[in-house]
Design a protein around this ligand. Structure first.
Ligand SMILES: *Cc1c(COP(=O)(O)O)cnc(C)c1O
Length: 423
């Protein structure tokens, strides 16, 4: 499809035409893709624990001309001209993050959760240093020592795990390993741990062996913002997070720390591991932090947890083995084994029925489990009755009954009663 250049292109809007119309007129191929994705998000159930629906205000900031701006450096110390509005956006984002989390310093430039962890390691460690983190099979993230990731290549990771019986972090093992290996840093945080982490206990262990404590709170940070989970900020030297999970902001990362590490963290992000900041994303982060500071978000965060508890309990009744017997957060992991399927088959059957989620490692099981969360469906306005309904649909889909088409139709009907975006 030919794209006309200069003043002839679609940056001249016809009267009454909105941004969607402009895109469709210029590039119908991509317009179809975006429309298809919007439809997919609204006629199926988004149960991926790390996903959510950002507000129209966050989307507006993401689609703004700040996307055009180069702004290497930090507010007031940029390597480019014309940064007065970029500076204002970043100052607002930093101030709002500091206030929201009670942190002395916030860096909002990290492009992602992984970039935030990379910067934390760059600030605190040297290649070859020993780091104690949750093992990948027990819920650690790729950045916690996977051989496929920079972390496993550049540092010596010692893994800790969860107890075989309870599924809870084995703090006695963490302490033993810390004393045995004297790590330079201890990482607490997980992609699948459904319970609150005892940050004070981790702090004590880190102090006993002179290690730095890095909390990778990518998942629970939104619950922390809403007062529905304990905060790692008073305990950890550095808190790494994402802004796009329960926190409901744009895709991106964030780092919180005390004043004494502020300079090192900032330099570890730029210029050590990143170039120009994504200013449209930073503006969108500021919008999300503003939203997260409201009573409405406080109520949302608590509803996310209440929904997860109802869903976990209902799925337990429907024959799923719920890891740790329940959840404190938005996140649930389960073994579908009692239904005679493993996580991969369960995920495929659930996807065919319009329920989208992930598989996960089961540290002591044979196959894989399933991992899901309630952040997105709660944003849609669903509550306890819908969680009960989802559990019924879940079980029917996983059993692979002949009524698969009926399940898909019911999922569509449920999803469409709670549109993520109106109008
Ligand atoms: C999601 C997550 C990350 C990575 O975030 P990305 O934005 O995907 O890079 C890192 N650590 C933990 C514990 C996570 O849950």
């Amino acid at each position: 499809m030919p794209v006309t250049a200069g003043v002839e292109d679609a940056r001249t809007r016809a009267h009454g035409e909105d941004a969607d119309d402009v895109l469709r007129r210029q590039d119908p191929e991509i317009a179809d893709v975006l429309a298809g994705e919007a439809r997919r998000q609204s006629d199926s159930l988004q149960l991926i624990a790390a996903e959510n629906f950002v507000s129209p205000a966050v989307l507006a900031a993401l689609g703004s001309p700040l996307a055009n701006k180069y702004a290497e450096g930090y507010p007031g110390r940029r390597h480019h001209g014309g940064c007065e509005y970029a500076d204002a956006a970043e100052r607002l984002a930093v101030e709002r993050a500091r206030t929201l989390f009670g942190a002395e310093h916030a860096n909002v430039q990290a492009h992602s959760g992984s970039s935030a962890v990379l910067a934390a390691y760059a600030a605190l460690l040297r290649p070859g240093d020993t780091v104690l983190a949750m093992g990948l099979a027990h819920g650690g993230h790729l950045t916690h020592g996977s051989p496929a990731n920079f972390s496993g290549r550049w540092f010596t990771f010692v893994p800790y795990g969860v107890d075989a019986e309870s599924g809870l972090i084995d703090y006695a093992q963490v302490r033993d390993l810390a004393h045995q290996h004297r790590p330079k840093a201890i990482v607490c945080g997980s992609i699948s741990y459904p319970r609150h982490i005892d940050y004070a206990e981790f702090r004590e262990i880190a102090d006993e062996v002179g290690a730095a404590l890095i909390a990778d709170a990518a998942h629970p940070i939104g619950l922390v913002a809403g007062g529905a989970a304990p905060s790692p900020v008073p305990h950890a030297d550095v808190v790494c997070a994402t802004t796009h999970k329960v926190l409901r902001g744009p895709r991106g990362g964030m780092i919180l720390c005390g004043q004494e590490l502020a300079e090192r963290i900032d330099r570890a992000v730029f210029p050590f591991t990143q170039g120009g900041a994504q200013m449209h994303t930073i503006a969108a982060k500021a919008v999300a932090f503003g939203e997260a500071a409201t009573p409405v978000f406080h109520a949302y965060a608590h509803r996310v947890v209440a929904n997860a508890r109802v869903l976990a309990e209902a799925l337990g009744r429907h024959g799923f083995t719920i890891t740790t017997g329940g959840t404190d957060t938005h996140l649930i992991t389960a073994d579908p084994g009692p239904h005679s399927v493993d996580g991969r088959t369960a995920r495929a059957r659930l996807a065919a029925a319009g329920m989208v989620l992930d598989t996960c490692a089961l540290p002591y099981g044979d196959g894989r489990g399933i991992r899901f969360g309630t952040a997105a469906v709660t944003t849609q306005g669903m509550g306890a009755p819908e969680m009960e309904r989802i559990a019924v649909l879940f079980a029917a889909a996983v059993r692979g009954e002949d009524e698969a088409r009926a399940v898909r139709a019911e999922v569509r009907e449920l999803a469409e009663r709670f549109p993520p975006y109106r109008g």
